[in-house]
Design a protein around this ligand. Structure first.
Ligand SMILES: O=C(O)CCC(=O)C(=O)O
Ligand SMILES: [Fe+2]
Length: 353
């Protein structure tokens, strides 16, 4: 397969500020899990918790319904029983930490400002227009099919390639299981599902948010408000809070649950679903006490995939919102417009001039 261009979710414009001071805690009082009107378990009032194991047995159709509700009403969910071992979650996090603790000159060997690089280190920057700092270092790389890319990856720290490969393959397996179920729940026909999944790509990023001096906290973000230009994004956070999602006009923290992944609906899924599902607006804040790490796996279609909603999702109640366009057209427009969120899709609306 010809290497595809990078899809990245940084370098965004700022969206409404706000947010709260998030206490640094890793405990999960059971009282913080509630049930919503769709019967979904909600953690801390923010995102539902979905048990991916439910897809492999008699609870399959209930689990598919839960996924549909979560995507439609929340734009994301926490994912447990995802099939990635605790050992591997811990190994990838340690490996990422080892990488970001290497001397700067060693990490900077991978630096590139070119978003089409097949692997690149991106660093923080000052946004003069907004007068804010974006304080995140991230190592971004393509990873599917893995044999096309693994030889570009660092050999320092030791075992980096082995651990990161193992994680990317396991994350991909969980993503495909998840996407098949999400597409099935939408009512997509098998050939529409295959058209998206047959040649999809995977891109990953190891993210490092250093602590921030107290006096700069108000001016510094880990990542400004954005949606991801993906089908969906699967995120492994460490135990330090920082991720926030916009819910009913407020930025609310998504506190990490050990061994649980966070899944966001991305812009591509919004388009494919003809807006039944909306991509999730999120951002990262930093704190003065603890560095934070996260590992993101972004699932996206191949360049020539047609991304208009499949015809079976269009009826009198759901008139066509987006025309046909390829993923390549989508990200080319994204880079040109530099919009931070799903308004990137607006130029592909049937109503657009
Ligand atoms: O670090 C996080 O929790 C979120 C990262 C993120 O939003 C992204 O990489 O697009
Ligand atoms: Fe994101």
């Amino acid at each position: 397969m010809a290497p595809t261009k990078a899809v990245v979710a940084d370098d965004h414009l700022e969206l409404p500020a706000g947010g709260k001071n998030t206490p640094l805690t890793n405990t999960i009082p059971i009282s913080n899990v509630q049930t919503d009107i769709y019967g979904l378990e909600i953690w801390e009032g923010t995102l539902p918790i979905i048990d991916l194991g439910g897809l492999h047995g008699p609870r399959r159709s209930d689990t598919i319904k839960q996924l549909g509700h979560a995507c439609q009403h929340y734009g994301g969910f926490m994912l447990k029983n995802h099939g990635i071992s605790e050992r591997l979650l811990s190994d990838i996090m340690s490996k990422a930490r080892e990488f970001f603790h290497l001397p700067e000159e060693e990490r900077m060997k991978l630096y590139s400002p070119d978003p089409t690089s097949l692997i690149r280190l991106a660093t923080g920057f000052k946004d003069d227009n907004q007068n804010v700092f974006v304080s995140r270092e991230s190592l971004k790389f393509h990873c599917h099919p893995i044999e096309n890319y693994v030889n570009l990856w660092p050999t320092n720290p030791p075992s980096y390639r082995e651990v990161v490969s193992e994680y990317c393959v396991a994350a991909k397996r969980a993503e495909i299981t998840l996407l098949e179920a999400v597409f099935e729940g939408l009512g997509m026909e098998r050939k529409s599902i295959d058209q998206i999944l047959d040649n999809h790509g995977q891109y990953a990023s190891l993210n490092y948010y250093p602590t921030c001096d107290k006096s700069n906290l108000g001016l510094t973000f880990g990542l400004r408000g954005h949606t991801d230009p993906t089908i969906l994004t699967m995120l492994l956070p460490d135990e330090v809070p920082g991720l926030e999602i916009l819910q009913d006009g407020d930025w609310v923290p998504v506190k990490p649950i050990p061994n649980t992944l966070i899944v966001h609906v991305g812009d591509v899924l919004q388009g494919l679903s003809n807006c039944r599902y909306k991509s999730l607006l999120h951002r990262v804040i930093v704190n003065s006490e603890k560095e934070r790490l996260s590992i993101a796996s972004y699932c996206y279609p191949s360049n020539d995939t047609q991304m208009g909603p499949p015809k079976e999702l269009i009826d009198d109640d759901h008139p066509l919102i987006y025309k046909d366009y390829t993923y390549e057209e989508f990200y080319t427009t994204m880079w040109k417009q530099r919009l931070p969120d799903a308004t990137r899709l607006d130029s592909f609306k049937v109503s657009a001039a």
